[in-house]
Design a protein around this ligand. Structure first.
Ligand code: BMA
Length: 311
């Protein structure tokens, strides 16, 4: 296996607070999607009061992004969403399915953190659909395909007895979710021993679904966030074929090691290109956005030939 697995773009970071035409303290944890030959990025920013909003940027090549003058999503003023988004909206993930883009994001309020779901076709008109988890929950990614007529999602409930693990659940209508089960857990004294959670929207390959997830290790100097990869069965994504024993990316560049939260690489999105590579996007130190490329075959190989147990 040739290292590094993920080749960092030489002009990282690709987006910083200075690129945003309204006052923000950070630019990070962005979801990405293809649309009409362009790349859309929905990124999280801390405002200067410490609460988060979601901005939008567009690119022709996936590297150079231009940010729109106004934010894309700010806390709702209406109804139930207003109550649950009061403290901010964070970490968007985008999934393209049935000709619409589904956006999941963390909704923070005095009641804790839940995941909300919104839909759009054009990234201009956005409709909030529902709050799809209870508190406390974050990190929901929806598969860009239905299984036996059901939407499927990976998420990450947390309990003391089974900390921060990845579950799968299903929905007929995007509102009611169920039939959940746990499918992947942190491994003791391993780079992801403290927490794992879904990261990028799953990517379909001919060998299975690639799930690029984050894992956290606790040190004397705080937590280190890294990225790993698992391969799920194509027809039944609750079946995990393999989980790479090694991480695929760890904080190494100065803007990943130091920033608002040090030692963090955190992904909410990736784009599969036509040449067998993925463009992987990640937030560095909760402060800037970065991109790198990785070969799909390498990720599959890591899951198949050097796998740890999924649970
Ligand atoms: C997680 C989330 C992410 C963040 C990470 C590192 O719990 O808050 O948004 O990137 O911590 O601070």
């Amino acid at each position: 296996m040739k290292y590094p697995i993920v080749k960092r773009y030489e002009k990282n970071p690709i987006l910083k607070k200075e690129d945003v035409p309204y006052p923000v303290a950070t630019v990070h944890n962005a979801g990405v999607a293809k649309r009409n030959g362009k790349r859309i990025m929905l990124f999280r920013s801390h405002k200067l009061n410490g609460r988060s909003i979601i901005g939008i940027a567009e690119s022709n090549d996936g590297y150079s992004f231009e940010v729109c003058n106004t934010p894309f999503l700010t806390p709702s003023k209406d109804g139930i969403f207003a109550e649950y988004e009061e403290f901010g909206v964070e970490d968007p993930r985008i999934s393209f399915i049935d000709n619409e883009y589904l956006i999941t994001y963390s909704a923070y309020s005095r009641h804790g953190v839940r995941v909300a779901l919104a839909r759009t076709r054009d990234f201009k008109n956005i409709e909030r659909v529902s709050l799809i988890t209870q508190a406390d929950s974050r990190n929901v990614v929806i598969f860009p395909q239905k299984f036996n007529g059901y939407y499927a999602r990976l998420d990450r409930p947390h309990t003391k007895i089974s900390p921060w693990s990845i579950h799968i659940s299903y929905s007929p209508d995007l509102i009611h979710w169920g039939n959940s089960k746990v499918i992947m857990k942190p491994v003791q004294y391993h780079w992801d021993e403290m927490k794992i959670g879904p990261g990028a929207t799953p990517i379909k390959t001919n060998r299975g679904w690639l799930n690029i997830y984050h894992g956290v290790f606790s040190t004397m100097d705080g937590s280190v966030y890294r990225l790993g990869v698992a391969l799920h069965d194509l027809e039944d994504p609750s079946k995990i074929i393999g989980v790479s024993d090694d991480w695929i990316l760890q904080p190494e560049d100065p803007w990943e090691i130091a920033g608002y939260v040090h030692n963090v690489v955190f992904t909410c999105g990736a784009i599969d290109e036509e040449d067998g590579t993925i463009k992987l996007y990640w937030g560095g130190a909760d402060t800037v956005m970065c991109v790198g490329t990785v070969e799909i075959d390498k990720l599959i190989d890591m899951c198949l030939n050097n796998s740890r147990n999924s649970m």
